[in-house]
Design a protein around this ligand. Structure first.
Ligand SMILES: Cc1ncc(COP(=O)(O)O)c(C=O)c1O
Length: 350
């Protein structure tokens, strides 16, 4: 559109990743290899008689209360919403004035800078070091209103050193956001530290280890002063009544969560070895996905795999990730299918 109707901060936006899925095997979005959360599915079935003629709880108090019990915090330490993407959006809306700067790492989750841009802020990126670890000094000496990092980092799949993250939280008096979308896979979390640090915000999701990506449920935890401000910014009712019930049921199913984490631990070495056998360079992973450098052009590899019915995600055009591809760690069957199809592609390209 050549008229100036569109807000300047919303021009030149790219559409988000939107593949033709059909019945292809999805190993492109780092979701749960075991599929839908069984307790969540049961709760979903029980929702058929739910009175959806009424609005849900304004702030998702049922889920916030369950989270408070799980983490031994207060209900008001939590804000829940439509995926952790909404939580990230709320954070930027609450703390960043138009024109102000948010510091993110590079490479990192692409939507971090998206939320900053659509809300009128500027992103300054600080490169990760050669091992994809944080450059603490550079981050702490960069001017900016908010720091936003994710650990395990997406798409590099490593975790950051806890001491480095702590040094960033302690290093300046500004909000520091730790995106723990894949936190369940590491067994560690910064959430308990929201009691100690009044500038710490942690975001988490039900889309990954809880196996509920299609329901769009996420949350953030922070000190009471920051959550109070963010709760007021959040769109009321953004977590729908069904999502809230399903999330509460899933939260109680610790067995499925454990199984989901274990399958990743068990399958990671198999997938990594298979990728190395094909000649790829594999980066160390502590999440439910693996980043590797392809020996043929990464866009060709992903396109040809897609033609064979398997989706993985190409990051080959991202600076520092030239020719790199990310795949979810699947079940043995999924991983074998992926490796076999990749072998076929490589043979065809010889
Ligand atoms: C690092 C990171 N943060 C946040 C999200 C958003 O997750 P959701 O909005 O599904 O909770 C994702 C999804 O892939 C992610 O990789």
């Amino acid at each position: 559109m050549d008229k100036n109707w569109i807000r300047s901060t919303c021009r030149d936006l790219q559409l988000y990743y939107n593949p033709k899925v059909g019945n292809k095997l999805r190993m492109d979005t780092s979701t749960n290899a075991l599929g839908t959360n069984p307790a969540g599915r049961k709760a979903l079935q029980e929702c058929s008689n739910l009175d959806v003629g009424q609005y849900p709880s304004t702030y998702g108090d049922g889920l916030r209360s369950a989270l408070a019990d799980l983490y031994r915090l207060k209900i008001d330490n939590f804000v829940v919403g439509n995926g952790s993407d909404e939580a990230l959006d709320i954070i930027i809306k609450t703390f960043v004035e138009p024109g102000e700067t948010v510091i993110t790492a590079h490479p990192a989750y692409v939507l971090h800078s998206f939320f900053v841009k659509i809300n009128g802020g500027n992103t300054v990126t600080v490169d990760l070091d050669e091992d994809f670890q944080l450059d603490v000094e550079a981050i702490n000496s960069t001017k900016g209103k908010v720091v936003l990092i994710c650990t395990p980092n997406n798409p590099t799949s490593n975790i950051f050193r806890m001491d480095d993250v702590r040094a960033i939280i302690e290093g300046s008096d500004r909000p520091v956001v730790v995106d723990e979308a894949y936190g369940e896979y590491t067994g560690a979390s910064f959430i308990p530290l929201v009691k100690r640090y009044d500038n710490l915000i942690v975001t988490r999701t039900f889309s990954k280890a809880y196996g509920l990506a299609g329901m769009r449920i996420g949350y953030l935890a922070a000190g009471l002063e920051m959550t109070d401000a963010m709760q007021r910014v959040k769109i009321p009712y953004s977590l729908n009544a069904i999502g809230e019930r399903v999330a509460m049921a899933a939260l109680k199913d610790r067995e499925f969560l454990e199984r989901s984490v274990n399958v990743v631990k068990e399958e990671r070495p198999y997938l990594e070895e298979g990728l190395r056998d094909l000649g790829f360079h594999v980066y160390p992973s502590e999440a439910n996905y693996v980043l590797f450098r392809s020996t043929i052009p990464s866009d060709e590899l992903t396109r040809k795999l897609s033609d064979k019915g398997v989706l993985i995600r190409d990051f080959g055009k991202v600076r520092r990730l030239e020719n790199c591809v990310r795949t979810t760690i699947g079940t043995r069957e999924m991983n074998s299918t992926l490796l076999n199809k990749m072998r076929e592609v490589l043979e065809e390209c010889r």
